[in-house]
Design a protein around this ligand. Structure first.
Ligand code: NDP
Length: 322
């Protein structure tokens, strides 16, 4: 089968197409014929070596496709089922192994590309909006990278709950998309200081929660945007890791809370995984959650897909189609 393989960590050039044997599923695993796989920022951290994986490895974190073969002990799935998962290691490939515990059937009418576009970033938005800081109508939230994959989905979910959502984006075109997703106020951070804007928009009060996936370049100002006892959910680091931090600042800035959450801790049980995946895929199938997939690349162009994501050219979901 064709697969992307990383022999050494580094720039996009380390993403090389290779011919590898089709793997066989072990106990509790399913072999998936990958029909679409998502590109996520997390795969860039692995490629750069910021997050560690044993070399050589095939990158990837999510996919949708057809069940090809069941490993020993797997029940509830059959060959030919259309399924999706956010637990697919090595999904930049024609075939991948998935633990059956992290697999769901795709609802009728959704199709593999839409399922792959929704599953990982959708469940991330879901846990942030419903669990990390369970939003309610009238809450105020600041979402960075508002036109990105997670950003567009999180904005839609937060707006549907009734929260007032502020977003930051880097360009007028991205601002338009963020507004369409339901942002009440979009801050063009390349022209305006987002901290000043958030304070102005909240009459100096600050927001209840900041969902920050940018990290190094936004962290300090994100804290300054919070109301007393507000929460910063630092869920990514697209601009780099946040340096060591003096906890006394949480006191002086208003008894603030910070968490550094990960999707894996919010889908660790089958019931929580089914809840989040079920909500996201069903909302997408019913058209209640809009998916934007404007960037689809063949598998061989995985490097270009990551270059475009890193250089902030992309909006919404990026897919690779083997
Ligand atoms: P996005 O589609 O959001 O792409 C990243 C966006 O970040 C860019 O489009 C850009 O938007 C913004 N950005 C700001 N500064 C930089 C920078 N220096 N370099 C690159 N981009 C920058 O990616 P995803 O939706 O896949 O992921 C968003 C974030 O969520 C990532 O940080 C990812 O790691 C995190 N994540 C965390 C999870 C978790 O459970 N903890 C799970 C899934 C994702 P703009 O042009 O508007 O600035």
């Amino acid at each position: 089968m064709q697969a992307i393989q990383i022999q050494e960590t580094g720039g996009p050039e380390v993403l090389r197409l290779a011919e590898l044997p089709i793997p066989h599923p072990g106990p509790g695993q399913v072999l998936l014929r990958v029909e679409a796989t998502g590109v996520n920022f997390v795969e860039i951290y692995f490629r750069r070596g910021v997050y560690k994986a044993a070399l050589p490895f095939t990158p990837g974190s999510e996919a949708a496709g057809t069940v090809e073969e069941l490993g020993p002990g797997v029940s509830g799935f059959a060959a030919g089922d259309l399924v999706a998962s956010a637990g697919v290691l090595g999904s930049y490939a024609e075939y991948a192994l998935v633990p059956a515990a992290q697999l769901v059937k795709v609802p009728a009418g959704l199709g593999p590309e839409k399922a792959a576009a929704a599953v990982l970033q959708g469940m991330t938005a879901h846990y942030l909006a419903y669990s990390t800081f369970p939003l309610k109508a009238g809450d105020t939230a600041l979402v960075h990278a508002g036109a990105g994959g997670v950003g567009l989905l999180l904005t839609q979910m937060a707006a549907k709950i009734g929260a007032r959502v502020f977003t930051t984006v880097s360009s007028p075109a991205k601002a338009e998309l963020s507004r369409e997703a339901g942002a009440a106020e979009v801050i063009l951070y390349t022209e305006q200081d987002f901290e000043t804007e958030v304070k102005r928009l909240t009459n100096g009060k600050g927001v209840d929660v900041v969902y920050d996936s940018v990290g190094k370049t936004t962290f300090d100002k994100s804290l300054n945007c919070l109301r007393p006892r507000g929460l910063l959910a630092l869920f990514g680091q697209a601009s780099g890791a946040v340096p060591p931090f003096d906890l006394a600042q949480l006191n002086s800035k208003g008894s603030l809370y910070i968490t550094r959450p990960s999707l894996w801790h919010y889908i660790a049980t089958r019931s929580e995984f089914e809840w989040r995946a079920g909500d996201v895929l069903n909302w997408a199938a019913r058209g209640e959650l809009k998916l934007r997939t404007e960037h689809t690349y063949p598998l061989a162009e995985a490097a270009q897909a990551q270059i475009d994501m890193e250089s902030r050219k992309t909006t919404g979901k990026i897919l690779l189609v083997p």
